[in-house]
Ligand binder design. Structure first.
Ligand code: SAH
Length: 456
């Protein structure tokens, strides 16, 4: 397998300074599973090309388990030949300093974009050829490739060519991250420090890449790690796409004596029905308890549930018997994975929206984003919001003074605090708002749950 990087920037031999490998020599590095070699077949003022090849030792690969950077779980036949995770490891090893983008001799050039052509061959492409464009084009590369012919026709390998004006360090980081993404095979990386590595190598461009989720998932393979990486990338909103798993049990146990959950859901169903809405959306639907009630009520013709937690959505799907014989029709009930702090065309046209025990799970500084997405952009005719009434907490015997009802709550508001927020939203976004308590009200502390109904 080989990877070549060439430039026509003058003098082209400056590429040697950027890669920190002298064009006149051959460079070899041991990489645990073999040898990485860099040499320059062409090094003139007009054109300079550096080639990286990997000499993978298939026996060492198996025998070497337990050593070096990490280990192969399973020996896969094409490993020694294909441009895969190994190439990425080799790249990182031999161009480690170059990838930092700092050059003592050519500081300005290292920071500049220069014309580059990159070739990688043979590159296994799983997930279709269009993936090449999806991954590389947003980063400013012109992508072309040729399918490598195998003994029985076209193989699953391509010879990839990328052309573009790029910083050398950034180009290396694209390859370092995206080659394993294309490969998407079992590779031997594991461990949480992979997230750190991914962000260290790709943080700058991955955060704005339209396919960053796909990249993080395939790169890190295990979902848990992908989630952490996305949360860390959190160009603010994305973090919520993978909001923390919310387990209702503790809060439910606490509120059970007042049957609060049932009362609350009944109150919300009635509030939604009172608006006359036929198309309703439950934002932060969790495991779908409200959706279940809405489904049983023929007044609602189209029902959408949205949540950031795919786990919760899976539970909802089972509970509501979606996609099952005898279950609801797909046109009537839909679940969406998404963030409620984003405008989301998938539920455009909703007449009424509910946010049941959701806002207190958002960091207070994300509330303006929610306000914009829901009240500012989607602008349903009605919005029903419920949240705990913090004043009531003193009446829960089992709750430590000052504690929240659920560990994931970011705040719990008094009635005045809720009214201050809701009143502000209504004023800014052109709604009228009314308030109600849910559950038996205490003369001084009020009802356990507070509800606001917005109307436009
Ligand atoms: N409404 C449900 C669940 C409330 S728990 C009920 O009353 O039972 C809060 C829910 O909001 C969780 O399921 C959580 O995953 C979801 N959530 C939190 N932040 C979110 C965000 N930014 N976007 C979408 N959902 C979010």
């Amino acid at each position: 397998m080989f990877l070549s990087i060439s430039t026509t920037h003058r003098p082209a031999t400056d590429l040697g300074f950027l890669l920190m490998k002298h064009p006149e020599r051959m460079h070899e590095v041991e990489v645990g599973f073999g040898k990485a070699v860099v040499f320059y077949p062409i090094a003139t003022d007009e054109r300079c090309e550096a080639v990286l090849t990997l000499d993978v030792d298939p026996i060492g690969l198996v025998r070497g388990r337990g050593e070096a950077e990490g280990l192969l779980d399973q020996y896969v036949n094409d490993r020694p030949y294909a441009a895969s995770s190994f190439l990425s490891v080799g790249l990182n090893r031999i161009f480690r300093t170059a990838m930092t983008g700092v050059s003592r001799e050519r500081a300005e050039l290292a920071a500049a974009k220069i014309p580059l052509v990159v070739k990688v061959c043979p590159l296994p492409v799983r997930g279709g050829e269009e993936l090449l464009g999806t991954l590389f084009a947003p980063l400013g590369w012109k992508v072309s490739f040729e399918r490598v012919e195998g003994p029985h026709g076209p193989s699953r390998y391509v010879s990839l060519t990328l052309e573009g004006e790029q910083r050398v360090a950034e180009a290396l980081s694209h390859l370092y991250v995206l080659i394993p993404v294309l490969d998407d095979d079992k590779h031997y990386w594991s461990g949480d420090d992979e997230v750190e590595k991914l962000l260290a190598k790709a943080g700058a461009w991955l955060g704005t890449h339209p396919s960053k989720e796909l990249i993080a998932k395939r790169y890190l393979k295990r979902r848990r790690l992908a989630r952490m990486a996305l949360a860390r990338l959190a160009s603010e909103d994305q973090a919520e796409l993978e909001a923390p798993e919310v387990r209702q049990t503790r809060e439910e146990a606490l509120e059970a004596p007042v049957r609060l959950n049932d009362l609350r859901l009944d109150a919300v169903v009635e509030a939604l029905a009172a608006t006359g809405a036929k198309f309703v959306v439950d934002l932060g639907c969790g495991e779908g308890k409200l959706l279940g009630r809405l489904m049983r009520d023929r007044r609602f013709e189209k029902i959408v549930g949205l949540d950031a937690s795919s786990r919760a959505l899976e539970t909802a799907r089972d509970r509501l018997k979606l996609d099952m014989a005898g279950g609801p029709k797909r046109e009537r009930v839909t679940l969406l994975h998404g963030a409620l702090t984003y405008r989301d065309e998938r539920w455009a046209g909703a007449e009424a929206v509910s946010l049941v025990e959701v806002i207190e799970h958002l960091d207070a500084d994300r509330l303006p984003a929610l306000e914009k997405a829901v009240f500012g952009v989607a602008q349903p005719k009605h919005v029903v919001v419920t949240t705990p009434n913090a004043e009531y907490n003193v009446l829960f015997e089992k709750l430590t003074a000052g504690a929240f009802r659920h560990p994931d709550h970011r705040f719990e508001w008094t009635r005045a605090e809720f009214a201050a927020w809701a009143g502000g939203v209504a004023e800014r976004c052109g709604y009228a708002v009314s308030y109600a308590g849910v559950g038996e009200a205490h003369p001084e502390h009020g009802a356990p749950t507070q509800m606001a109904v917005f109307a436009r």
